[in-house]
Design a protein around this ligand. Structure first.
Ligand code: DLL
Length: 433
């Protein structure tokens, strides 16, 4: 099944025409209504009239996450604030968050792109969708909710957590489709196994999993343990939330909703566009968004694009599953964390040195586990367990309240963490993502 046959199977030339029309309108709006962009256009000596072909997008300025933080909260707003009907924020819990503000039309666009994604993964009006993405400022829960409503499915808005209840609800309401992060899905399976609940007794047959990196090996594991078909879903707050791209039954790349979100791949060092098939940084332009439209947003996600008719019948461009990031952002159980945020906490503590190492692993329960090794200053290092225990608890508490992560803190002796002569390797990521 294809949700929007006309758009999703549109010939490439026609799609380019549609995209150009939207891009022209977008640049006019940005130039007229968003001082942040008008300034950038002026600096480059560019006017909306310079956009004659979709390739002219390359003349337009990029937008970065740091810039978005500088203009927080409403620096991208292209409509009157009274037209905004909903706001969301990035999942990082500290620093200045990134904001997405939606008009009524933006919510319709979100519902539409999410509907396409769910249908791509085989969902339909007869499905009972257990939506275990977090509801709230995070875009996951509500975004999937809108799509599920658009396709007329029965939605169980259970949000994340409380695994015992997830399994009971899944069973009692006969959920047929599951949406959550890949790591949480494996935790659900494990919890079921440990508590003598058989996943074979559930009716769940498929699901859309994303919001964090995962691998083909993990897919195999999920499909085996949960007895379902697992599809990759991609999105980000800055662009709309979930619904930017999704896998079809071929499971070899994610179809991008390119009439709404124009993708490019660039060399992250030079900013130069790269041809299809070449790996680089993914960049998106929201072609039709009204509230907080964004031009050439540098996602820092690494992938490549491929074109051509897919055997599912769709013609939309595909992005390969994500292959990493250009920065050191970690996604820990869906929460975005930069090592520097951990460093900030340690630097502010009197007793600790700014020498640390972060070890991330997928634990026995398939959930991300973080261990932070912290060097204690000579004068504070003590053999007294109680003293060290209280310091450990304080660091742990700070990381929980300020970053939203549960880390295991290991206090180590002065000078025991290897010093580096070049770039310090702060993070050891054992997850093989
Ligand atoms: O994670 C939106 C989302 C919700 C996507 C539910 C899919 C499902 P943010 O919190 O802003 O938004 O995080 C966006 O998460 O730049 C990627 O680095 C990562 N990410 C999202 N989907 C995937 C995926 C939501 N399928 C950041 N595979 C993005 C790998 C993903 N990484």
């Amino acid at each position: 099944m294809i949700w929007n046959e006309k758009i999703e199977t549109m010939p490439e030339a026609e799609m380019k025409k549609t995209q150009l029309e939207s891009l022209v309108k977008l640049t006019e709006t940005l130039y007229e209504r968003v001082p942040f962009y008008r300034r950038k256009f002026d600096e480059l000596g560019i006017k909306p009239a310079d956009i004659q072909d979709i390739c002219d997008i390359e003349k337009l300025p990029f937008t970065t996450k740091d810039e978005l933080r500088e203009i927080y909260p409403y620096g991208l707003l292209a409509v009157d604030e009274s037209e905004i009907v909903e706001v969301h924020q990035s999942s990082g819990t500290t620093g200045t968050p990134v904001v997405d503000a939606y008009t009524r039309k933006d919510i319709d666009i979100w519902s539409e792109c999410m509907a396409r994604c769910l249908v791509m993964a085989g969902a339909g009006s007869g499905d009972v969708i257990q939506n275990a993405y977090g509801y709230g400022l995070f875009t996951g829960g509500i975004g999937v909710h809108y799509g599920a409503r658009a396709i007329g499915a029965n939605i169980i808005p259970i949000s994340g957590g409380n695994t015992a209840r997830q399994l009971k609800v899944m069973h009692d309401f006969g959920a047929t489709f599951l949406t959550c992060t890949p790591s949480y899905s494996l935790y659900i399976a494990e919890y079921a196994h440990e508590n003598g609940i058989s996943m074979k007794d559930m009716k769940v047959r498929a699901g859309c999993f994303g919001a964090e990196p995962w691998t083909e090996e993990m897919r195999k594991e999920m499909e085996l343990q949960l007895h379902l078909d697992a599809f990759d879903i991609y999105g980000l707050t800055e662009i709309i939330g979930p619904g930017v791209a999704n896998e079809c039954e071929c499971k070899d790349g994610l179809h991008v909703n390119e009439d709404l979100f124009y993708p490019e791949i660039i060399d992250s060092e030079t900013g130069k566009p790269l041809p299809d098939g070449e790996k680089g940084e993914l960049v998106f332009t929201t072609l039709t968004k009204e509230g907080t439209p964004i031009l050439r947003y540098r996602t820092r996600d690494i992938t490549y694009l491929s074109r051509g008719k897919c055997s599912c019948g769709r013609t939309s461009v595909k992005m390969h599953r994500l292959m990493g990031r250009t920065d050191d952002m970690l996604i820990i159980r869906g929460v975005n964390v930069f090592p520097t945020q951990i460093e900030e906490i340690l630097v502010q503590m009197e007793e600790t040195q700014p020498h640390y190492q972060i070890i991330v692993d997928r634990g026995k329960k398939h959930l991300d586990e973080v261990e932070v090794w912290v060097e204690v200053k000579d004068q504070f290092f003590s053999d007294e367990t109680r003293q060290m225990e209280s310091l450990r608890a304080r660091i742990r508490g700070e990381m929980k309240s300020r970053l939203g992560i549960n880390a295991v803190i290991k206090l180590v002796e002065p000078k025991s963490i290897e010093r580096s002569t070049g770039k310090a390797k702060r993070v050891i990521d054992k997850r093989n993502l």
